[in-house]
Design a protein around this ligand. Structure first.
Ligand code: NDP
Length: 291
């Protein structure tokens, strides 16, 4: 019956970061974003990240390369950023063109600068519970959003819809950790799951990350559950200036009546993801400068 205001929580985090960065006397944290090609959605995401970094005092550089760039050339670009002492975080905006292996590119990033948290070393650390890696920004943002909304997953049954490497899997790994603010019982469901609706109805916390508009309906939600909507789906809206609008994976109108708390789209997980990217960049800076 209530909404989790991801925009406000993200702002709180950015304000704390801005204060910390403002207090620095020496060099400021630096974030490099590699953007290959001219995909419109990627351009928007990069512009948002850049603006957010600038507003907290993090220097950000966008390195644009044409869609025709060769894999080796891109890998060399990453080597250069790995060696650059002014750069604390490196982010490669995905998706990359099909002739470039994303996996190869991600593995080339120095794990100590992998602020997206996608490097296998950081994923491995997350899984085994070592806390000196980087958490992927969306799962990190979801966890932070829950905690700052006074929802401790400890002992709760969390059902995660979707098993991608950037959201579902790392979120499940994070929430199952033996740690006071995690300790959840996690079930991860996907397109081959039997009785998916019944499993979702068991959830104290239901997280939808599948990329299907209005997939989660009221009959999939237990009364009083917390529902986190990660989905960002473009649907036609001819009456709007852009001709489309963004909706989540949850049928908000139905589910809001049944859930105790729900994170909306837009204004939920999206801003949290960007805030956690800045948080990871700050963490990387602190590890280097204050070790
Ligand atoms: P992927 O497409 O990589 O993964 C989708 C997952 O959903 C897969 O595991 C897939 O199952 C599962 N799935 C798809 N259809 C169904 C179905 N009908 N029933 C059950 N499971 C299904 O997506 P991402 O994780 O990258 O993204 C998910 C959504 O979250 C997208 O809308 C994306 O835009 C959004 N997103 C939002 C972010 C934010 O900051 N708010 C950040 C990242 C993503 P299977 O593995 O079996 O194919």
């Amino acid at each position: 019956m209530g909404r989790i205001d991801g925009t406000a929580i993200a702002k709180e985090i950015r304000t704390q970061l801005a204060k910390a960065v403002d207090g620095l006397t020496g060099r400021k944290p630096g974030l490099a974003v590699l953007l290959v090609g001219e995909d419109a959605a990627s351009e928007t995401y990069v512009a948002n990240k850049r603006r957010a970094a600038h507003n907290v005092g993090i220097r950000s550089t966008v390195i644009r390369r044409p869609v025709t760039i060769g894999e080796e050339e891109l890998l060399q670009e990453i080597d250069r950023l790995n060696a650059d002492h002014e750069i604390d975080g490196i982010l490669v905006q995905l998706p990359l063109p099909p002739h470039i292996s994303s996996s190869k590119v991600i593995k080339r990033i120095d794990p100590a600068k992998d602020v997206d948290g996608f490097h296998p070393i950081n994923m491995g650390k997350l899984l085994i519970g070592e806390e000196d890696g980087f958490l992927p920004c969306t799962p990190y943002g979801i966890h932070e959003m829950l905690i700052r909304s006074h929802i401790n997953p400890e002992g709760k049954h969390v059902v995660v819809l979707g098993r991608s490497n950037i959201v579902g899997k790392p979120l499940a790994a994070l929430l199952m950790q033996k740690r006071p603010t995690c300790n959840a019982t996690v079930t991860l469901v996907h397109s081959r799951t039997k009785d998916l609706k019944a499993i979702c109805r068991e959830a104290d916390i239901l997280v939808a990350a599948i990329g299907r508009p209005k997939f989660v309906t009221a009959d999939m939600v237990k009364g009083g559950a917390v529902v986190i909507d990660v989905g960002i789906n473009r649907v036609d809206a001819p009456q709007t200036s852009k001709g489309y609008k963004l909706v989540g994976d949850v049928d908000m109108a139905q589910v809001e009546e049944k859930a105790s708390l729900i994170s909306p789209v837009p204004g939920g997980v999206g801003p949290m993801t960007v805030a956690m990217l800045l948080q990871n960049t700050w963490t990387s800076y602190c590890r280097k400068e204050m070790a």
